[in-house]
Design a binder for this molecule. Structure first.
Ligand code: SF4
Length: 178
């Protein structure tokens, strides 16, 4: 349904605003890579713009940080409707490695609504292109959804409070296909 809406709303060119709310720049480099002549995303009508006021889509990188949350929210509100948000990378999609650190609020969706997630740390330029093309209905979906579940991890990470009584550590890992 979201894909149909996307195709209806953005039938022609897609103007993109690139927002980094606290990532390590790994995802930024890959997003900029997509815009280079090598990948040439402009052939799909996708164009980078300097202001959120001109953008249809916001590409977010990095987790939502205490220090940048307000600016991110303001940039989102400055975009004209209809608008879409893509969370690019593990940090934007789930907080990444930093999800429980003192300066991080969590994934980008804790501050602004997110419509599409492109996973990876960082996602390859092909994955970013594929995610955007999929949203626009230019390609068919070719990956199966996976369910994430808890599993015991035997190596202590960084704090005794993260350990279970028996000494195991709870982390997330891929379990099964749905
Ligand atoms: S997902 Fe990985 S590459 Fe992207 S901002 Fe986070 S740590 Fe950096």
């Amino acid at each position: 349904m979201l894909q149909n809406l996307c195709q209806k709303m953005f039938r022609r060119s897609l103007w993109v605003y690139h927002a980094n709310s606290g990532g390590c720049n790994g995802c930024d480099i890959e997003v900029l890579n997509v815009l280079t002549p090598y990948y040439d995303v402009e052939r799909f009508g996708i164009k980078l713009v300097a202001s959120p006021r001109h953008a249809d889509v916001m590409l977010c990188q990095g987790p939502a940080m205490r220090s940048t949350a307000q600016a991110l929210r303001r940039a989102y509100e400055a975009m004209p409707s209809p608008k879409l948000v893509f969370a690019v990378g593990s940090c934007a999609g789930g907080g990444g490695l930093w999800y429980d650190t003192y300066s991080v609020l969590g994934p980008v969706e804790t501050v602004i609504p997110v419509h599409y997630y492109i996973p990876g740390c960082p996602p390859r330029p092909e994955a970013i292109l594929y995610g955007v093309a999929l949203a626009l209905g230019l390609v068919d979906k070719q990956v199966a959804a996976t369910r994430i579940g808890h599993a015991a991890f035997p190596v202590p990470r960084y704090h005794p409070e993260d350990l279970r009584p028996e000494g195991g550590l709870a982390i997330y890992q891929r379990q099964e296909k749905i």
